[in-house]
Design a protein around this ligand. Structure first.
Ligand code: GAL
Length: 429
């Protein structure tokens, strides 16, 4: 039976304990020592531009200081959410040409690589660096299979956040400090924005629409109903799901008509930043963009949990791997060492909009939003993001993304529901 731990509903339900983690086996990389490492370290991500590249650059700054004998080789492939990168990476791995380390989402996406036997076990690395106690247990559980840990998390992002333009809301007669608490109230606010002549809801191409769909499912079905979509407990053919898809159709009716031609998340967030649109549902990498563009929270923009999802943290985490057959395993471990360190996590996350995965990292000078996310993560219900590799394997996400994109054109509720049910039946184990 496949051990897709990430799909278990509710983090508290996850059963593996760190005590079960072995001290590493006899893999070729076990003897690779980061302090002896020289040469190039090729790191594959999709953080190719804007605030995402700025985050990577901050991490590389710490890496260069930690390991002056190593040269960072940036193998980034552009396209938010790994929309281009993941297939490029899959081809490289298939051809036996892995990078020294690659970005993978904690949860089901990481499980894909583990199942394909493409990753080295990093349990020994965790032990050598005394890491297990420095990361939240729920996160370690999502990186662990059969007591082995396969990657090092760099951050924790939240996917259920609405970013809003304060001025646009005020001019439409919507109080920016009193966001709606459910979808009906939010749609009523969007009607006011529409009447004021602005775009109510900004969205971009395929994966950002999937993330919007995910948010509406979460709001409409609640956290248990949403979790059940991925572990078979919620029937995709149920009346509740029909209602959720109808709500998604309504949400789409408020969006910019050129959505499919916007290349990535940043142009959609930009519409809010520029005052052309009121709202954008986006992961908190958007916070990094507002900060980078010197926008002031509470004045230029504001944020709140997607209406109907307060108290739920729609979670995703980027993590980094040591692929089997990596050209420079000692260099990979050096990179992983910097990522795991408190200093590396502070430098990276401050610029990336996310919160550190390493709980010993300093966050005193983080933004007000980030401080609120740290608090929410510690007390909210955690669910796994669909669009960002936490909830389902890549193949499931790809098929569902095709169905969601098609819905953007035909708005056929029945067809999306039937396809989503068939996809779930195909992949659910
Ligand atoms: C996510 C990733 C984030 C951010 C976002 C947009 O999948 O985890 O770190 O990069 O995509 O590209």
């Amino acid at each position: 039976m496949r051990r897709r731990l990430s799909l278990l509903a509710g983090v508290a339900a996850l059963g593996l304990t760190l005590a079960a983690c072995g001290g590493g086996g006899d893999t070729p990389s076990d003897n690779a020592n980061p302090s002896d490492a020289t040469g190039k370290v090729g790191v594959f991500t999709w953080w190719a531009d804007g605030s995402e590249k700025a985050g990577l650059d901050a991490l590389v700054g710490v890496f260069n200081k930690d390991f002056p004998n190593l040269t960072f080789d940036n193998l980034a492939v552009a396209g938010g959410a790994g929309s281009q990168a993941k297939s490029v990476l899959a081809a490289q791995l298939k051809a036996g040409n892995p990078p020294d380390s690659f970005q993978a989402h904690a949860g089901a996406e990481l499980q894909d690589y583990i199942d394909a036997d493409q990753l080295e076990d990093l349990s020994g690395f965790y032990k050598d660096n005394d890491l297990t106690s420095q990361f939240p247990k729920d996160l370690i559980d999502r990186l662990t299979v059969d007591g082995k840990i396969y990657s090092v998390p760099s951050n924790i992002h939240r996917a259920n956040v609405v970013w809003a333009n304060v001025d646009v809301l005020k001019k439409a007669g919507v109080d920016p400090e009193k966001p709606a608490t459910d979808l009906a109230g939010w749609f009523a606010d969007m009607d006011k924005v529409k009447a004021s002549g602005k775009i109510p809801l900004a969205v971009a191409g395929s994966w950002t629409q999937v993330q919007l769909f995910e948010n509406i499912l979460l709001s409409s079905l609640g956290s248990d109903g949403y979790n059940g979509l991925w572990d078979g407990k919620t029937d995709w053919k149920s009346a509740e799901v029909t209602t959720a898809i109808q709500a998604y159709e309504k949400a789409l009716s408020y969006t910019n008509t050129d959505r499919d031609s916007l290349s990535d998340w940043a142009p959609a967030t930009q519409l809010v930043e520029d005052g052309a649109a009121a709202y954008n549902v986006m992961g908190d990498w958007a916070e990094a963009k507002f900060e980078q563009d010197k926008k002031k929270s509470g004045v230029d923009y504001t944020y709140f949990a997607t209406p109907g999802t307060a108290g739920v943290f729609d979670f995703l985490a980027d993590s980094f791997t040591l692929p089997k057959g990596a050209p420079n395993p000692a260099g990979s471990k050096a990179w992983l060492k910097t990522i795991s360190s408190a200093e590396g996590q502070t430098a990276f996350n401050k610029v990336k909009g996310s919160i550190p995965a390493n709980t010993t990292a300093k966050t005193d000078d983080f933004s007000e939003y980030q401080k609120s996310a740290i608090k929410d993560f510690s007390q909210d219900k955690i669910v796994s993001s669909l669009a960002h590799g936490a909830a389902v394997p890549v193949a499931w996400l790809n098929d569902l993304s095709t169905a969601v994109s098609k819905f953007g054109g035909d708005k056929n509720v029945d067809s999306l529901q039937t396809s989503a049910a068939a996809i779930a039946a195909k992949f659910a184990k």
